[in-house]
Design a protein around this ligand. Structure first.
Ligand SMILES: [Zn+2]
Length: 317
């Protein structure tokens, strides 16, 4: 009898280990992982960064929006540019969000977002490779691999390329987060707020020394899902929690009760823990690595594919 108990205990332990985090564990039972390499994302990032600085409201910013739209079109999607005005310090600014949708049938919406504008006033040659090129490159590559294979029963997947994340002077009601606040207003107008299952933001995700620092202002269930997905992908060591709050494009979504998480690496610098490349001319392509984009891309794909099963209710806090 004792031996049986021991055997059962061993069996239980082995099942537990078997359910542990390893790459063979599919995102959903019966759903094979969509392959993703960071090289494509890196190539997209590089081409986008080559366009030059893209401060909101400039000619270059308009060209960047059109460029993103054209890339999405090339992947077989039907993107649109949403141009809008918003108060800025001392007047009104013109901004453009680019949206593309992979239709679903579950009645829910999953939002993947990144900002594409670059910080104003750094220099005339500011690359913004990590902030904003990496997020744009990653989303474009994800749109490409998912276009054509996205299951019609899944939540609608909405790609949002946001303008005006960067503030001109200081974050406030009329400075910064213009694109995300506008996107939330659009969701409210369309009566879609409650349909959004999750909003996942990527920002600064290409650092060759990838240290994702998910800020505490995020939905705890979603933060857990990101960390679990990272563990399942074998990249948990590159993902952690930031001790504080980071004001980013996910905040306006959180403010209206949409589950949201910011996948950001806010340790982008010359030594571990430092962030001294951020918003400087040091933010260049040489600081990035396709492997980092691959890690974050696979984690996102796992989260996306995790919604491909039966319809779920909204993420609980
Ligand atoms: Zn920035």
């Amino acid at each position: 009898m004792r031996r049986w108990v021991l055997l059962l205990l061993l069996l239980a332990a082995s099942i537990h280990v078997g359910c542990g985090r390893d790459r063979s564990h599919p995102p959903m039972p019966g759903v094979p992982p969509v392959p993703f390499s960071g090289e494509e994302a890196m190539a997209e990032c590089e081409s986008f960064v080559r366009l030059g600085p893209k401060s909101a409201g400039t000619k270059e910013s308009r060209q960047a929006a059109e460029y993103i739209r054209d890339r999405l079109k090339a992947f077989g999607l039907k993107p649109w540019v949403d141009e809008f005005e918003d108060p800025v310090p001392g007047g009104t600014g013109v901004f453009r969000n680019v949206t593309a949708v992979l239709p679903g049938g579950s009645g829910e919406i999953l939002i993947l977002a990144a900002h594409y504008d670059t910080r104003v006033g750094v220099s005339e040659t500011f690359a913004g490779a990590n902030d904003s090129g990496s997020g744009v490159g990653l989303l474009l590559a994800l749109a490409q691999v998912l276009s054509g294979i996205y299951p019609g029963s899944a939540p609608e997947l909405r790609f949002l390329f946001l303008d005006g994340e960067e503030c001109r002077r200081e974050y406030g009601p009329a400075d910064g987060l213009h694109g995300s606040r506008h996107a939330v207003r659009q969701l409210q107008k369309a009566g879609e707020v409650r349909k959004v299952r999750a909003m996942i933001l990527v920002d600064m995700v290409g650092d060759r020394d990838l240290t994702v620092t998910i800020p505490r202002n995020g939905t705890s269930a979603l933060i857990r899902q990101v960390l679990n997905a990272a563990a399942d992908e074998g990249v948990r060591a590159s993902f952690g929690i930031h001790p504080g709050v980071i004001l980013d494009d996910h905040q306006p979504f959180l403010d209206v009760g949409i589950p949201a998480v910011d996948v950001i690496d806010f340790q982008y610098g010359s030594s571990p823990g430092a962030n001294d490349y951020w918003h400087t001319d040091e933010d260049t392509m040489e600081k990035l690595d396709a492997k980092s984009l691959g890690k974050v891309g696979r984690v996102l794909l796992r989260l996306i594919q995790g919604t491909w099963g039966a319809s779920h209710n909204q993420v609980d806090e």
